[in-house]
Unconditional design. Structure first.
Length: 264
């Protein structure tokens, strides 16, 4: 099981559209209830698909700006601030593990938290009083490289760190429908394929993402899926997931939330 005494663990959060922060949906209600009855994490480390970089970057110690990386949404969304701070000790420990694992990276003090990070965190931990650090998504990432990155950082769980991959298990914005629409088979079948692969406990199930049913229809580009494998690796050694919640928004966007069991 996860480290229930310290609050550490490894999870995957769907972040959906930025309006998740404002709307009352099954997914937003789940996130608002996520922390109830759970030990408080000592820190949070999150990887979002909206911070893509050449090479790996880690947020430097200090305040993290709330980055409203979207256009055309309601004004109240732009007024939300999530004033989290990356703690020096927290960043130092992440950096130490990355170096020990042979990962090249740079500290970054310019980005902050994009909506893939602050939207789910603002619902799950609205006080913004837990130290947060962010990892970027290298543009050359694959399921295997992110799984290995998660494995490298898995010891953080035992130090009370909640490791979060943020994204979506289906993400085709060209086929979204009105809220409440019937979910198409191509979306549910892809989720089913993911579930089966995760239950094997092996990243080998995802060596060829194109083998997933209608993969490119579900993911015209794969960046929103890739953080799932970061959380999968961080759940080592018992990488099988517990599906905490699944619903669909705008017909085709899967709001799936996994907790990956296991302590290092």
């Amino acid at each position: 099981m996860t480290d229930t005494q310290s609050g550490g663990g490894a999870v995957f959060f769907a972040h959906g559209a930025p309006t998740l922060a404002l709307e009352d949906t099954a997914a937003s209600r789940f996130l608002k209830s996520f922390a109830a009855g759970r030990p408080r994490p000592k820190a949070i480390l999150i990887l979002s698909p909206h911070w893509e970089t050449d090479g790996l970057k880690l947020s430097a110690p200090g305040p993290l700006r709330t980055y409203h990386d979207f256009r055309g949404f309601p004004r109240p969304l732009y007024e939300i601030s999530y004033p989290a701070v990356a703690g020096e000790a927290q960043v130092g420990e992440v950096a130490r593990l990355l170096k020990a694992g042979g990962h090249d990276f740079e500290l970054d003090n310019s980005w902050g938290l994009d909506h893939g990070a602050w939207v789910p965190l603002s619902l799950a931990y609205p006080a913004a009083d837990i130290p947060v650090s962010a990892l970027s998504l290298p543009r050359d990432s694959t399921p295997s490289t992110l799984f290995a990155l998660g494995q490298t950082l898995a010891p953080l769980k035992d130090q009370g760190v909640l490791i979060v991959g943020s994204g979506s298990t289906t993400h085709n914005l060209g086929e979204i429908q009105p809220q409440g629409s019937v979910v198409p088979d191509w979306a549910t079948k892809f989720d089913g394929w993911l579930d089966e692969g995760l239950q094997t406990g092996s990243i080998d199930s995802f060596s060829d993402l194109n083998s997933g049913p209608e993969f490119r229809r579900n993911h015209p580009t794969e960046e929103h899926l890739l953080p799932l494998f970061f959380a999968f690796g961080a759940g080592a050694p018992d990488r099988k997931p517990n599906l905490l919640h699944r619903s669909y928004e705008y017909g085709t966007i899967s709001m799936s939330y996994f907790e990956f069991a296991g302590q290092t």
